[in-house]
Design a protein around this ligand. Structure first.
Ligand SMILES: [Zn+2]
Ligand SMILES: [Zn+2]
Length: 278
C-alpha cells in the first residue's frame, strides 16, 4: 500500500518535471496587452488579477516571476506591476504561486495589503507599511472599500509560516460594484448568495484526483460560481504555470462545454469591462 503511494508520487513528480523541462526549449509566449480601464478586470496571469473599481486599483495574488523554482512560466505577465499605482493587494494564501517574494518586493509599499493569518511577518520584512490580517468572516472597511474574507477550502501552509496559516477568499465591494475572488479552493458550499457582479474562480491544478482535496475541477468551480449568484464567472489559475497534471486545453474545452453563457473565458492580458449598474 505504502509502496504504491510512493510509486505514484514519484510517477507524478517525473511527469511534472518532464512537462516543465520541455518548456525550456520553447519560447515563452507573449500575452495580450489590453489596457486596464475604469471599472474592469484584467488578467495578468495565473491568480494575478488587476481589478479597477471606480479608479481604486486592487491586485490579487501578485506573481509575475518568470520561474517558480524550476517551474517556468508558459506566458509572460501582461503587466509590470511596479509601473502601476496599486491601492490594495489581496493575498489569498502563502503558497509560492500566490505569495511571491520577488514580485512583492517590487510593488509600491504604500499599498494596503490584506492577507490571512500568519503572513504578517514576511510582509513586514518585505517592507509593507499597511498590513491588514483578516481571518474568516472578518471585514476590512475604509472610506473607499469593503473587503470581507471567507474561508477557502485549501491548506494554505507554507514553510516556515506555520501550520496555522489560513486560506482566504474575498468579497470586494466599492460603490455599486461587487467582485468575488475565490483564491485557491476545493469544492465547498460556503460561497452562498454573494450576488456579486463577477466571480473570479480557479479552474486549474485538479489532476491527479488527489489534488481535488485542495483544488476544484472546472465543473466544481462552475457549480460554486452558480452558488454565489454572481452574474459572470472569469476562470483563472491556469494557462500560466504547469503545477499539476491537468492540461489547459482540456480545462478550456470543459469550460466551453459547460458554459451557459455566464462564463467569460479570457486569455492572459485580456480586460473585461464591468457593466454599468442601473
Ligand atoms: Zn495554493
Ligand atoms: Zn494556487
Amino acid at each position: 500500500m505504502k509502496f504504491n503511494r510512493i510509486k505514484k508520487i514519484f510517477g507524478y513528480m517525473y511527469e511534472l518535471h518532464r512537462r516543465n523541462f520541455k518548456l525550456y526549449f520553447k519560447p515563452t509566449r507573449n500575452p495580450l496587452h489590453d489596457p486596464v480601464e475604469t471599472n474592469s478586470i484584467h488578467w495578468v496571469g495565473h491568480a494575478t488579477v488587476v481589478i479597477n473599481l471606480f479608479n481604486k486599483v486592487i491586485v490579487t495574488d501578485p506573481v509575475t516571476s518568470m520561474n517558480l523554482g524550476q517551474i517556468k512560466r508558459l506566458i509572460k505577465p501582461s503587466l509590470n506591476l511596479s509601473t502601476i499605482n496599486i491601492d490594495y493587494i489581496l493575498l489569498s494564501h502563502g503558497h509560492m504561486d500566490h505569495m511571491n517574494y520577488s514580485t512583492l518586493i517590487k510593488i509600491n509599499k504604500s499599498a494596503i495589503v490584506i492577507a490571512p493569518k500568519n503572513l504578517k511577518l514576511p510582509l513586514k520584512v518585505l517592507g509593507f507599511k499597511n498590513i491588514i490580517i483578516l481571518t474568516h468572516n472578518q471585514t476590512y472597511i475604509d472610506s473607499y472599500i469593503n473587503i470581507k474574507a471567507l474561508k477557502a477550502s485549501h491548506d494554505g501552509r507554507r514553510y516556515p509560516w506555520g501550520a496555522k496559516a489560513e486560506s482566504n477568499s474575498y468579497i470586494i465591494k466599492r460603490k455599486s460594484k461587487k467582485i468575488f475572488f475565490a483564491g485557491d479552493t476545493a469544492y465547498t458550499n460556503v460561497y452562498k448568495d454573494l450576488v456579486a457582479d463577477v466571480a473570479i474562480m480557479p479552474v486549474g491544478c485538479y489532476k491527479p484526483d488527489e489534488f481535488q482535496d485542495l483544488h476544484c475541477t472546472p465543473q466544481q468551480s462552475f457549480k460554486m460560481f452558480k452558488m454565489t449568484g454572481a452574474k459572470i464567472m472569469i476562470p483563472i489559475h491556469y494557462k500560466t504555470y504547469i503545477l499539476a497534471q491537468d492540461k489547459d486545453e482540456v480545462t478550456r474545452d470543459t469550460l466551453k462545454r459547460i458554459n451557459d453563457g455566464s462564463i467569460k473565458i479570457i486569455d492572459v492580458g485580456q480586460t473585461v469591462k464591468l457593466e454599468d449598474s442601473k
